[in-house]
Design a binder for this molecule. Structure first.
Ligand SMILES: NC(=O)c1ccc[n+]([C@@H]2O[C@H](COP(=O)([O-])OP(=O)(O)OC[C@H]3O[C@@H](n4cnc5c(N)ncnc54)[C@H](OP(=O)(O)O)[C@@H]3O)[C@@H](O)[C@H]2O)c1
Length: 328
């Protein structure tokens, strides 16, 4: 099979096409003939050598796929053969065939294009877990999401709309703010033009937000905590602004803040299966009814994986970038 991988870490240009054997599904696994694979920022970090795959995972990048199940492992229901699915995978998505745990697959409804299906799992699993399970977001609450036009940010806006949250986002520039509002954010703050702490105070009438979904960390943490209402939750999903933060612990104590965070990829297979079940119950009916469709940026042929990474690193995309296996 063709796959896009790299021998040594580096810039986008290290990604090239490889010929690899088609993997064999083991117990609990299915082999998916991949139609599309989503591109995520963690793939870029992996390519740079900063986010190694967990033990046992394919060294080929790619954390989410869509396609057709063509083989099933020994103990997997053969009825799955031929099903169109999307799946969260621990690696190996940038390839014509990819192994997935059967329990980490979700069925693709007929009306959902496979390109869009591939763009769902990584951000949906991440946002669902961090906003609703770790961050206990409840209907009627207001949340602040940085990176409003990112893959993660756009999914947070869409889920927020579906589950009655008021979503305030920050974005770098007026065009991105306008796109975030079109997608469904209640407010979009251009963090390059104004102080998001002041803006959040103004928007919430001084009350603050119940939750911050943070992908920046560093000096944002001090400022994020200033945006939180009492009993607020601060959820870290990336540290793009640095790992060190200055935190006033008296503020954490007196305002009863909760600080948490997580990374999805190294979590256990059982955890991901339970998350998939919860998503199948709570979110998938919205996908089936066409109420949740990911925000798409661009599709690249597999052979142009390097260009797809370069686009993500340029930071001009809005929503999701995907790779198409059949093209090019
Ligand atoms: N913890 C997990 O399980 C998990 C899972 C998936 C992804 N992630 C992380 O979530 C983040 C988004 O992933 P993605 O795939 O959606 O990537 P993406 O589309 O490339 O988005 C990255 C976003 O980060 C924002 N950003 C970068 N530096 C910033 C800064 N200094 N201040 C404010 N915003 C900044 C950018 O916003 P502007 O262009 O508006 O500045 C951009 O929208 C990544 O950091 C990724 O590693 C975490």
């Amino acid at each position: 099979m063709r796959a896009a991988g790299f021998d040594a870490p580096g810039g986008p240009e290290v990604l090239s096409l490889k010929r690899l054997p088609v993997p064999e599904p083991g117990p609990g696994e299915v082999l998916v003939r991949v139609a599309f694979a989503g591109v995520n920022r963690p793939d870029v970090l992996q390519r740079m050598g900063n986010y190694p795959p967990p033990p046992g995972a394919s060294p080929i990048p790619g954390l989410e796929i869509s396609g057709e199940i063509v083989r099933a492992g020994a103990d997997v229901d053969a009825a799955l053969l031929g099903q169109k699915v999307c799946a969260l995978v621990a690696g190996g998505g940038y390839a014509e065939y990819c192994l997935a745990q059967a329990a980490h697959c979700l069925p693709v409804p007929d009306a959902l294009p496979l390109a869009e299906a591939a763009a769902i799992p990584e951000t949906l699993f991440t946002v669902w877990h961090n906003v609703f399970e770790r961050g206990w977001a409840m209907e009627g609450e207001t949340i602040l999401v940085h990176g409003g036009t990112s893959g993660i940010g756009t999914m947070a806006i869409l889920l927020g709309k579906l589950f009655d949250l008021t979503v305030i986002v920050t974005c770098g520039g007026p065009e991105k703010c306008a796109r975030a509002l079109e997608i469904g954010a209640a407010h979009a703050i251009d963090y390059k033009a104004s102080d998001f702490v002041e803006e959040v105070k103004r928007i919430t009438g001084g009350k603050g937000v119940e939750l911050v979904l943070d992908m920046v960390a560093g000096d944002y943490v001090t400022r994020n905590l200033k945006c939180l209402a009492p009993d607020g939750r601060h959820v870290t999903i990336a540290v793009q602004g640095g790992v060190d933060a200055r935190i006033n612990m008296a503020q954490v104590m007196t305002r009863r803040y909760t600080l948490t965070g997580s990374t999805l990829r190294p979590r256990s297979s059982v955890f991901k299966a339970l998350l998939a079940q919860e998503i199948a119950r709570n979110v998938w009916p919205h996908v089936e009814r066409g109420e949740l469709r990911p925000v798409m940026d661009r599709t690249f042929p597999l052979a142009e994986a390097a260009a797809a990474h370069a686009r993500m690193e340029a930071g001009e995309h809005v929503g999701k970038i995907v790779l198409e296996m059949g093209a090019g």
